[in-house]
Design a protein around this ligand. Structure first.
Ligand code: SF4
Length: 443
């Protein structure tokens, strides 16, 4: 199965493929198969749907674009009106409620339409599911003293569970020789500023605290925050990476000790710098390794290879077990980029074997990686021309991840909300949807 085949597949063939995989992988929730497909190929919105969606919680562009077309190609202002997430349910298969992040793709076979007074998901002309949206939270309607909207400074995702604090909007891995090839953080910054969104390179600490104060006063759904942004290879505002991000955590934990689970996404840093995070009150560390295969890591993450190197990156991930506790070290990988043209694996079995080898290596040593589903972004170096990885890869990965996680008796990863189909809130992949209930009962 060639990834490019996705680009020419009719809605009818796509629905058949989804149904076939739901039968072949009957040990996985049927919802997870659809969710992965929505993430890897995005959703198209009709004008009527967008008119309806605009009154709900819309996309905040909390770090990357996560869209399959640039803003300048969005003829219906999808960037301003598409929802952050949808929850699908019902339909001919009686889906349980499932939360999915929205990736805009006007050419997707997944079409969101507003018909007979309700929002529905169609594949071709057939209804696949009903859709629900999250209302605008009270804090999204407020602005800070500076005039910045709260939803720009402290947006929430995962149906309001996670406050996403991208306090540095750019990455110091810069240009073709350093940026991760799947990543559009720097280009997305430019397109959002051009489109009029009030992005700033660095979010001032006092504004972050003011926004969190409003959330603390008006909200009970958020249970965690993530401090993140691009890598800092030199200094930012005179600080090393750990010092820069830890300063925010210190202020948050001083003002709101333990109110939310503190998480940080950063490079795999030396142990003394990891300890800065713990001392600041951070509980969960995401030193993302992006792709397992040695040659692909060099090609897809040239900056990480040049500044740290793959072996040292992995060594630091394992070293973090003694600093955070193994269950609190949760590196991410971008599921699907191991099949990205021109360097990736050409068939699904080889890609799953490689990714599974990495999962076995980490999980056998007590660390459970998690993943986000790669959707090709036009402004990233890899572009969109060759399409995403096949759905067969993504569904196969869910089984490999679930089985490896269960075989090593690892706990439900903390900081993601509830596990299991019908309950999971994590919206950018289905790893939380496929965790078996008996695993969650062990913790
Ligand atoms: S480290 Fe890579 S993935 Fe992370 S922001 Fe920088 S370029 Fe993007």
């Amino acid at each position: 199965m060639n990834a490019l085949a996705d680009n020419v597949e009719s809605p009818e063939l796509r629905r058949e493929r989804i149904r076939r995989l739901q039968r072949e992988f009957a040990d996985l929730p049927a919802e997870a198969v659809l969710k992965e497909d929505l993430l890897r190929t995005g959703m198209a919105f009709t004008t009527e749907a967008l008119r309806y969606c605009a009154d709900f919680k819309t996309k905040s562009y909390f770090i990357f674009s996560f869209d399959m077309v640039p803003i300048e190609s969005m003829s219906n202002e999808e960037n301003l009106r598409a929802p952050e997430e949808v929850q699908f349910s019902g339909g001919p298969l009686g889906y349980r409620t499932t939360t999915v992040s929205v990736r805009v793709n006007p050419a997707s076979p997944h079409r969101v339409d507003f018909v007979d007074g309700a929002l529905k998901l169609f594949i071709g002309n057939e209804v696949e599911a009903s859709l629900d949206l999250l209302g605008v939270p009270p804090y999204y309607q407020k602005t800070l003293a500076s005039g910045q909207p709260v939803h720009e400074v402290a947006p929430t995702i995962e149906w309001g569970y996670l406050i996403y604090l991208t306090v540095y909007r750019k990455c110091q891995y810069f240009g073709f020789k350093e940026e991760c090839r799947f990543c559009d953080i720097n280009e997305n910054y430019r397109q959002q500023v051009k489109a009029g969104r009030p992005y700033r390179t660095v979010k001032p600490l006092d504004e972050v605290m003011e926004a969190l104060g409003i959330i603390a006063d008006t909200d009970s759904a958020a249970k965690a925050y993530t401090l993140t942004g691009g890598s800092i290879t030199r200094h930012l505002k005179g600080k090393l990476e750990a010092d820069f991000y830890a300063e925010y955590a210190e202020a948050i934990e001083r003002e709101y000790p333990g109110r939310w689970i503190g998480k940080v996404v950063a490079q795999a840093l030396p142990e003394d710098q990891q300890k800065r995070f713990v001392d600041a009150g951070i509980r969960i560390y995401h030193p993302n390794y992006e792709v397992w295969d040695e040659e692909l890591f060099k090609k897809i993450c040239p900056g990480k290879e040049a500044y740290v190197g793959r072996a040292e990156w992995h060594r630091r991930i394992l070293a973090a077990r003694d600093i955070f506790g193994p269950e609190n070290v949760i590196p991410n990988f971008v599921a699907g980029i191991e099949m990205a043209r021109p360097h990736g694996f050409e068939n699904v079995d080889d890609a799953l074997r490689s990714t599974g080898e990495g999962l076995e290596w980490f999980m056998s040593q007590g660390v459970a990686p998690r993943f986000t589903v790669w959707c090709p972004e036009p402004l990233a170096q890899l572009g969109t021309a060759e399409g995403p990885a096949p759905l067969e890869y993504h569904v196969g990965l869910l089984r490999v991840w679930r089985d490896t996680h269960a075989r090593h008796g690892l706990p439900v990863p903390p900081g993601y909300g509830p596990p299991g189909a019908g309950n999971a809130l994590f919206s950018v992949s289905s790893f939380m949807d496929v965790i078996e209930p008996q695993v969650s009962e062990k913790v």
